[in-house]
Ligand binder design. Sequence first.
Ligand code: NAP
Length: 329
Amino acid sequence: MPRLSTGGRRTGDRCEQPVPPQFIGNLPQDARTPYITHNASHHRSVQPVAPPPTSRTRDLRRYLSRCPSVSIAAAAEKMPDERRLLQLLSLLMVLMGALSFVLLRSICMPYGRYASSVFGPPVPARLAWLVQELPSLVVPVYYLSSHSGVGAPERALLAAFICHYLHRTLIFPLLIRGGKPTPLLSFCLALIFCCYNGYLQSSYLCQYADLPPGWTRDPRFILGLMLFTCGMLINIHSDHILRNLRKPGEMGYKIPRGGLFEYVSGANFLGEIMEWSGFAVAGWSVPGAAFAIFTLLVLSSRAQQHHQWYLERFEDYPKARKILIPFIY
Ligand SMILES: NC(=O)c1ccc[n+]([C@@H]2O[C@H](COP(=O)([O-])OP(=O)(O)OC[C@H]3O[C@@H](n4cnc5c(N)ncnc54)[C@H](OP(=O)(O)O)[C@@H]3O)[C@@H](O)[C@H]2O)c1
């Protein structure tokens, strides 16, 4: 139970300094509610606490350093460390995206049509997709169920994330037709990425997101979620078109027709890029932006490789079709 009070008093040698309301927003989301409840039940004269402000970690640290023996102060002291870790992981994700972008200039992403035994023994496609994507479904569900006091916009964003991975983990693999086995190395890298990103987005949204009150009415939130939804529909529809190019039992490739494939070779990738760009705009956060940038760097490379691959194999491949952005690129 938190020991700080809004009244400011001493019990034994324990310092129960008041936490100024403007710092409460720096506490992890689930530390705010018990803190307020505790005080409300013990101090009749307690004042309502102002809504959480935006982050002021340096000021909070300065304040806490004056009151080192307070137990919640110690807990709150630790939290900025995890916040810093999440920022570091976000930066690392962008760097990984940039490195992949450079590497993918010279090698093709080794799965699907570019799978090769050089990258390890094959893992059946359905099993690979189900297992490698699972952490991005399980981790946010765990975080949401184990953290109380998560705000409405953060919940909505995590629900969108879960919705995407429900489809990618449980539905997409079941529908695959004649998919090539995934080499073990590609499988392991995808699995590690989904653990990494599942933790990054879930921990940030459940504990550190500082979205202001009324964010659900902000145009960034509304337009971001609209972009996410449009992207998800395009992605699912495009994957559906690709799947139906094959009759049951077929393994070969044909020219995709219909939907956004009339304009670009990477219609499914365009949908996915739109999804995570919308997610980043709606959450207005560093981890969200890092995931969107990573997706853009990796999937634009895959779209470019597919486009080149089609041009080399199909003489009648539509010459006006672009790589990723209709009429432009
Ligand atoms: N967020 C991210 O960073 C990220 C990264 C990777 C993938 N993804 C998403 O995961 C999904 C699948 O990605 P992917 O790279 O596997 O996509 P893909 O290369 O387009 O393949 C998708 C499926 O369609 C089949 N297919 C593709 N083109 C075909 C054609 N011309 N004729 C017949 N069948 C065809 C593939 O079979 P084969 O397996 O036999 O090629 C595979 O089963 C996409 O929605 C993508 O957006 C997201």
